[in-house]
Design a protein around this ligand. Structure first.
Ligand code: ATP
Ligand code: MG
Length: 394
């Protein structure tokens, strides 16, 4: 008899045709996350099984893997004889503190001589007979004892950890996340990954107007996002010359609008070079002048690549709740200037005119600057195993 981790798949089971791709992607993602641990893993069409001595560590890693609906630490009984199941079930449930209980059975092994109702009844009766003052409550029990009778053995367990659900990261291909040091964009990255998009990040920096601390903050956010995937690439964009050029050309109230149109143009180029199918960002409708619907239309017009905005319709407080849950909040609120804030006009336009943007943009050779930028991108790869290096940087 041994302890085994049983993984129940999430939404992927609803996609019948793609089931194998889903399972294989999830399997590969889990293997990457468990790198360095001593374990064995196997999979079938409904479950994955992991055997390891480091059960708690493994479960806590699995809780952050998208595509998993539930994680169970079960006892695997090789001996499926009903008397053995009764005895082991009683031992297991006695480890819990409870007054009421119920037994549920899933009989996947159709050759087993008893049906699931009978098994639950017999095991439940045995527990009642051998414990004091315990009662059955089928609607709202303190503890549920699950019996999962499969061909390879009988699995019994009482607790199920809730998984992160969603789709395995990568199943949808890649997206390019515009990652700033703020609260919204890391949350957007998390939500996009939850839908199965693997992410690369793009970060616009404007030294000396922005500091090394601002850059390290973004790196640190990407590292936290690695908790939900494997490694993440960050493309660091030298944006200083572009911002100064826009500023020189008297964009005034259009400064942010033009700057964001340039960011979109550059993001599209970087997305194409790196096979990212979509751009993802943290825009939220109405949050600032550049995120009114009128602004978003005029900014979005410069590119053809679809832009996914996972937090578009969330309130700031709702976004903050997620940021706290995924552990990015404390880093996001560190007070370092971002390149958007330094050239901020007093009264940014909230309903920009497209032709005015074009006129301003025609007054300088922005294509040439974009080409230069593309030639000078610094790309780094981070993982959540680099934590110690990062602490030194911050
Ligand atoms: P966040 O929205 O992440 O909290 P923010 O509020 O400072 O940061 P906004 O000015 O709201 O950023 O910009 C909207 C979105 O544009 C961001 O969510 C992010 O996706 C993108 N963005 C802004 N600045 C940068 C930057 N320096 N590098 C990359 N993307 C950026
Ligand atoms: Mg924002």
């Amino acid at each position: 008899m041994q302890k085994i981790i049983m993984i129940k798949y999430g939404e992927l089971t609803t996609k019948k045709g793609n089931r194998n791709v889903f399972i294989n992607t999830l399997y590969n993602n889990i293997v990457k996350k468990l790198e360095g641990m001593d374990y064995t893993i196997s999979k079938d069409r409904v479950r994955m099984y992991i055997e390891t001595k480091e059960i708690d560590k493994c479960v806590s890693i699995l809780k952050n893997v998208f595509g998993i609906h539930g994680i169970v630490v079960a006892l695997k009984l090789e001996n499926k004889d009903i008397d053995n199941i009764k005895e082991e079930s009683l031992n297991l449930i006695n480890k819990e503190n409870y007054k009421t209980f119920k037994v549920t059975t899933n009989r996947a092994d159709k050759n087993y001589p008893m049906d699931s109702m009978e098994i639950s009844k017999v095991v439940g009766g045995y527990i009642l007979k051998n414990s004091k003052e315990k009662t059955v409550d089928v609607h709202n029990p303190d503890v549920t004892l699950h019996i999962d009778l499969r061909c390879e053995g009988c699995f019994i367990y009482t607790n199920e950890h809730i998984g992160s659900s969603g789709y395995p990261v990568g199943i949808q291909g890649k997206g390019l996340l515009m990652l700033s040091g703020g609260i919204d964009s890391p949350v957007s990255g998390y939500l996009a990954m939850k839908r199965g998009i693997s992410i690369e990040c793009i970060y616009f920096e404007s030294p000396p107007h922005t500091s090394i601390e601002a850059k390290n903050k973004v790196i640190s956010l990407a590292q936290i996002l690695c908790n939900y995937t494997d490694k993440i690439k960050i493309h660091i964009i030298p944006f200083t010359k572009m911002q100064e050029e826009i500023y020189k050309n008297n964009a005034s109230s259009y400064m942010i609008t033009i700057m964001r149109r340039m960011m979109y143009r550059i993001s599209e180029r970087v997305a194409n070079i790196n096979n990212c199918k979509v751009i993802i960002n943290g825009e939220s409708i109405g949050q600032v002048a550049s995120q009114t619907l009128d602004s978003m239309r005029v900014i979005n017009k410069v590119i053809k690549t679809p832009v996914i905005r996972p937090v578009a319709c969330l309130d700031k407080l709702e976004i903050i709740d997620i940021a706290k849950k995924i552990n990015t909040y404390e880093t996001s609120i560190l007070p370092f200037e971002d390149c958007c804030t330094i050239f901020l006009p007093k009264h940014p336009v909230i309903n920009p005119n497209e032709q005015t943007c074009i006129n301003i943009e025609n007054s300088f050779d922005y294509d040439k600057i974009i080409d230069e930028i593309i030639d000078n991108i610094e790309t780094i790869t981070v993982s959540n195993k680099d934590d110690e290096n990062l602490l030194e940087l911050l």
